[in-house]
Design a protein around this ligand. Sequence first.
Ligand code: ASP
Length: 305
Amino acid sequence: LDATRHAYKLLLQGADTLDAAVAAVTLVEDDPNDTSVGYGGLPNEDGVVELDAAVMHGPTHRAGAVAALRNIRHAAQVARLVMEQTDHQLLVGEGALRFAVAQGFKEENLLTEKARKIWLYWRQTRGPSDDWLPPPLDKVDPEVRQYFERHTGTVHVACLNAAGEVSCVTSTSGLAFKIAGRVGDSPIVGAGLYADGQVGSCGSTGRGEANLAGLGSFLAVELMRGGASPLEAGLEVLRRVVKQTPARLLDEEGRPRFDLKYFLLAKDGRHAGVSMWLPARYAVTDANGSRLEEAAGLYHRPPKQ
Ligand code: ASP
């Protein structure tokens, strides 16, 4: 909510839609309590935080991205500079870091104590066939206990101004405990985000591999171009993902065992959030104020006992 509020304020002051979206995402990247984005994000399997981010500017149809970026918390700002100040679209790993340092970004350790403890507990409890032993439960920090299940998360922000211009940004620390070097959907244009100046935008969070195979954000925008509403387009993309999901990732009722969400914004201001699993919500700020709106979706999680 704070991020969308901030972006809206900047848009009212006349900021470019991409600048407003990057500024909103920067707030989330700075938040140490968000364990899925920027500083405080959960690390890869070696305990090292690696960030993925991308930006796309609707009016010029340009994009920039970084992947597996270490030691720099504002990955979206670096992605924006890749778009603006290079002839490339995607920089990864060591090269992305060198580019960021050349642009004046400060290197720092992105692993907070909280994220280190969550990672350590995951490492200690991976299985019986290595030399790590699970710690006694009373030695596990209560903060860590809520992360016993593998968590996902990402931030996507889309901005539309009064002139009908749209841009968007996606930033993430990716799948927690991923293999080092794994790149998800977030920095891949067409998958983690897509914006078309004539139509609107879409971005995603959730299991990146499920989205990458079908380029869900590109598909969503193309469906909107063909006349679908943001809601219809989002639900159709989710249905396609289900059809393309391998059996090992489906439950006994044929439903994906993972979550995936899309956030769609049409050039005329209509928007929707869709989620494989409900309930889910997304933040909106517009002339009617800031609020969380319910996403639509395909399946309902059983209520917690
Ligand atoms: N989509 C992100 C990725 O696959 C992770 C997430 O949103 O949870 O890297």
